[in-house]
Design a protein around this ligand. Structure first.
Ligand SMILES: [Zn+2]
Length: 504
């Protein structure tokens, strides 16, 4: 076996355990259960909005499945209070004049229902500034209001799904150097503020005027639309639905050309307030080394989703892969010196709440790192959709480059060998990175994440790529194997806490 002389961490750390790798690949590629796990989370359990009945079922199913596989310390653990839960019970929207047509639409999260069948005239309100509201005063009672929009649903001349090209991957290895100043100009920030103020003013105006329902649209096209949410704490919120741009635009064209439009809608939503807490799900495989078994290598993904689809690529994909990693490691019986723990988070979509609260509760005491912080090696996260892993973001941690470069060599044949110093944001590895623990997220092919699936009504089982998810589970299981068995814990970035103290 070739001794790796250029590594700063010596032979033991960069050496690949080929026997274990063979077992992992055999289990992960020939006996994969990743699509069955994903099917349970999507088709069977359904959407998993934090606080919903679906997420409750997902807590129960994932924990019982992990127990069945023989994982230890399996628990569904509260990270704190989230607030009221919410579920959609009925969802119906149609245009009834100038002719009948069913519309693709869904209630905005945490908005109330219509309280029976609503039949009403639609009004397009062209409100670009607060002074525009005056012209609608006294004219909106009992009406369905269409908010102004500029979304265009045109033909797509480019394929929705794609993989990263070699050129793009090469480009990612360059260090990003930011120019001076903030990435948001003062003018843009002022514009955001103005838009938010206008939204709030319009929302209050519609309540005061007695509007029956609000319709809006966002990004999308060809029947796909990307959803958002209303306020979780507005007891006077109006019923509100988001709809596919082409259906929305048709009504706007009719109205602006003077053709009356009528709407029929019936939505029913339920708020739950018996348990305001939200939870994370954990399971472990105990380490075998008497000295190292108290040290932790962790993997995770968020279990919660939005609700217009079944949260397949965001993030049943990541949750299924991480569960499959635990199953592969357990089933293949590969040696693991350190303890491996999985965390399936909730509240990610509302602000990375599950993992952020977990790391504070687990690794920090009064704002300072505790013993468990010291005993922690690394956290790997998956939350970029269904796409194949093409490499990893070092998250600014240059010291792990020699290790990851060696470990990824065996995955060149799977198209995964890009190591970039860059950071990536937006999900649960940030919780770990934020308290000075090594936390990583992988570079993945986008497939149709941004064009079709991410937070859309089309984030469903059919958008999952089975071969990609199988490969991802093998790659992550191997990363975990290597991290769990190396002599040292994974190197960290310069200690954030010392820096904090020094800068005071
Ligand atoms: Zn996500």
């Amino acid at each position: 076996m070739l001794l790796c002389t250029f590594s700063a961490f010596g032979f033991q750390n960069t050496q690949i355990d080929y026997d274990a790798l063979y077992k992992i690949k055999d289990e992960g590629l020939n006996n994969s259960q990743v699509m069955d796990i994903a099917w349970n989370l999507t088709d069977k359990i359904g959407p998993r909005l934090t606080g919903s009945e679906g997420l409750q079922k997902a807590y129960e199913w994932t924990s019982s499945q992990m127990r069945e596989w023989g994982l230890t310390n399996v628990k569904v653990d509260s990270w704190g209070e989230f607030g009221k839960g919410w579920d959609v019970r009925k969802n119906y929207l149609a245009m009834t004049a100038p002719y009948y047509q069913a519309m693709i639409g869904i209630p905005k999260a945490w908005t109330p229902g219509t309280n029976g069948v609503l039949k009403a005239e639609a009004v397009y309100v062209d409100i670009q500034s607060e002074s525009d509201m005056a012209k609608y005063k006294g004219k909106l009672k009992g009406k369905v209001v269409l908010m102004p929009t500029t979304v265009e649903a045109t033909n797509n001349f480019e394929a929705d799904a794609r993989r990263l090209t070699e050129e793009e991957l090469d480009g990612m290895t360059e260090e990003t150097v930011r120019g001076g100043g903030s990435s948001f100009s003062a003018a843009r920030i002022a514009e955001f503020r103005r838009a938010a103020q206008l939204r709030n003013a319009a929302s209050q105006f519609f309540k005061d005027e007695g509007v029956a329902m609000i319709l809006s649209t966002r990004r999308g096209g060809q029947g796909t639309f990307f959803t958002s949410n209303g306020s979780r704490n507005d007891p006077d919120a109006l019923p509100e639905m988001e709809i596919a741009p082409e259906h929305y635009n048709r009504m706007v064209r009719l109205l602006t050309k003077g053709e009356p439009v009528s709407i029929e809608a019936e939505t029913e939503t339920d708020f739950h307030d018996t348990d305001l807490k939200a939870y994370n799900v954990f399971g472990e495989i105990q380490g075998s080394d008497p000295k190292l078994k108290d040290e932790i290598v962790m993997i995770g993904a968020h279990l919660d989703s939005w609700f217009a689809g079944t949260g397949a690529t965001d993030n049943a994909a990541g949750s299924a892969v991480m569960m499959e990693v635990m199953r592969i490691l357990k089933e293949s019986g590969v040696p693991l010196k350190r303890t491996v723990r999985i965390g399936l988070w909730s509240g990610e979509e509302q602000g990375i709440y599950g993992s952020r609260n977990y790391v504070q509760n687990e690794f920090m005491n009064n704002g300072l790192p505790n013993k468990k912080h010291e005993q922690f090696s690394a956290y790997y996260n998956m939350d970029n959709g269904t796409g194949a892993i093409r490499g990893i973001y070092l998250q600014g941690n240059e010291a792990v480059r020699p290790l990851f470069t060696e470990w990824f060599k065996v995955f060149e044949g799977m198209g995964a060998n890009t190591i970039t110093i860059r950071n990536t944001g937006g999900t649960d590895h940030l919780a770990f990175d934020g308290i000075g623990l090594p936390g990583f997220q992988f570079i993945q092919d986008p497939v149709a994440y941004n064009t079709r699936t991410h937070h859309s009504n089309m984030d469903v089982y059919e958008s999952l790529e089975a071969a990609d998810l199988k490969k991802n589970a093998v790659i992550i299981a191997t990363m975990v194997l290597q991290t769990a068995n190396m002599d040292e814990k994974l190197p960290r970035k310069p200690k954030v806490f010392e820096n904090l103290n020094r800068s005071r």
